[in-house]
Design a protein around this ligand. Structure first.
Ligand code: ATP
Length: 312
């Protein structure tokens, strides 16, 4: 994998490895719209990170700045220790976008060979087809490829310069389940060899299954950043459910960490940041039985952290 040696303004070689991506205090506005509203993001080499967020959260705007397609109004963007445009011109960064760029009358192999001819030091055609999991369809016309196969072809083309950073903006939008699974299997297998991957997605399960780290955006800001488990826990903790006839709502609401108490007949549903304390109280101080602790799934965390009622 190619990674340029980085020199400072005086020509001294850098002694530390630069971050794959380093955003500091980044803002980007479009008229009155604050598409990116103060983002700090540091991505280490080798990380697989998902930018997750609802429509209009600022994912594409962030990715465009990392790819040098637009500039921040405020703040700095560095990719592998240099300006995005410099990293891209050295072949250190490649992108897989949602659509465009393929000639339908060429075969998969012809497309790859043609694109390889543009690069001074491209990886061998067979190697990138193999890595993208499409070596067996090398002779198929692009027009005959499914949406998922065309995306894997775009991935193969992006692999040609052997980039240190691969950026993917909603790469599986519109694909069926099998196509998405095959696509991510190829990405994951390749990333296991040390490539840094940053992808934007709407699909929670995709972020959960394929990213080591999830960066959750809302209205141009990062509202959560961590592993899928950490993001889940960040939202609203866990729910404790129990059967408790005549439950005392005020007493339950006063327990530490409790956010809400719902009573439905004999069942109580308690949202709490400290589910152990609630369960302990129920079992030791009340006649509650059938006590269950339910861990929120990522979708609930996503809604809690990005919904209208979530904290700013
Ligand atoms: P989606 O998931 O829908 O693609 P996103 O998270 O990628 O959304 P962005 O495309 O980054 O979000 O958009 C963030 C905000 O900035 C939105 O309100 C969008 O309408 C606005 N925006 C983005 N690009 C432009 C532009 N060129 N001109 C005006 N507004 C823009």
């Amino acid at each position: 994998m190619s990674l340029a040696v980085v020199a400072d303004a005086a020509g001294r070689l850098a002694t530390t490895t630069p971050a794959a991506v380093d955003l500091s205090g980044v803002h980007r506005t479009f008229g009155a719209i604050r598409a990116v509203d103060g983002i700090d993001l540091h991505l280490e080499l080798g990380e697989i990170a998902a930018l997750l967020g609802p429509n209009g959260a600022g994912k594409t705007t962030t990715i465009d700045m990392i790819l040098g397609l637009s500039q921040p109004d405020q703040g700095t963007v560095a990719v592998l220790g240099m300006a995005p445009s410099a990293a891209i011109s050295r072949g250190l960064v490649a992108a897989v976008m949602q659509t465009g760029g393929l000639l339908k009358d060429l075969t998969v192999r012809e497309t790859t060979r043609l694109t390889a001819s543009v690069f001074a030091n491209a990886r061998p055609v067979d190697e990138v087809l193999e890595r993208a999991g499409i070596v067996d369809i090398g002779n198929r016309l692009v027009r005959a490829c499914s949406g998922g196969e065309q995306q894997r072809l775009r991935f193969a083309l992006a692999l040609l310069p052997d980039p240190a950073l691969m950026v993917l903006d909603e790469p599986t939008a519109g694909m069926d389940v099998e196509g998405r699974r095959d696509f991510w299997t190829a990405i994951r297998r390749d990333a296991g060899q040390g490539r840094t991957v940053l992808f934007a997605t709407h699909y929670l399960e995709e972020a959960d299954a394929y990213a080591d780290r999830i960066i959750l955006l809302r209205q141009g800001r990062i509202v959560a950043d961590g592993t899928a488990a950490e993001v889940r826990n960040l939202s609203s903790g866990r729910s404790v459910r129990a059967t408790l006839p005549g439950a005392d709502q005020a007493a339950l609401s006063a327990l530490p960490g409790v956010r809400s108490v719902e009573i439905r007949g004999d069942r109580v549903l308690i949202q709490s940041l400290d589910s152990d304390a609630v369960a302990r109280y129920l079992l030791s101080s009340t006649p509650a039985h059938d006590v269950e602790i339910v861990v929120h799934n990522l979708e609930e965390a996503f809604l809690a952290l990005t919904g209208d009622g979530s904290p700013q």
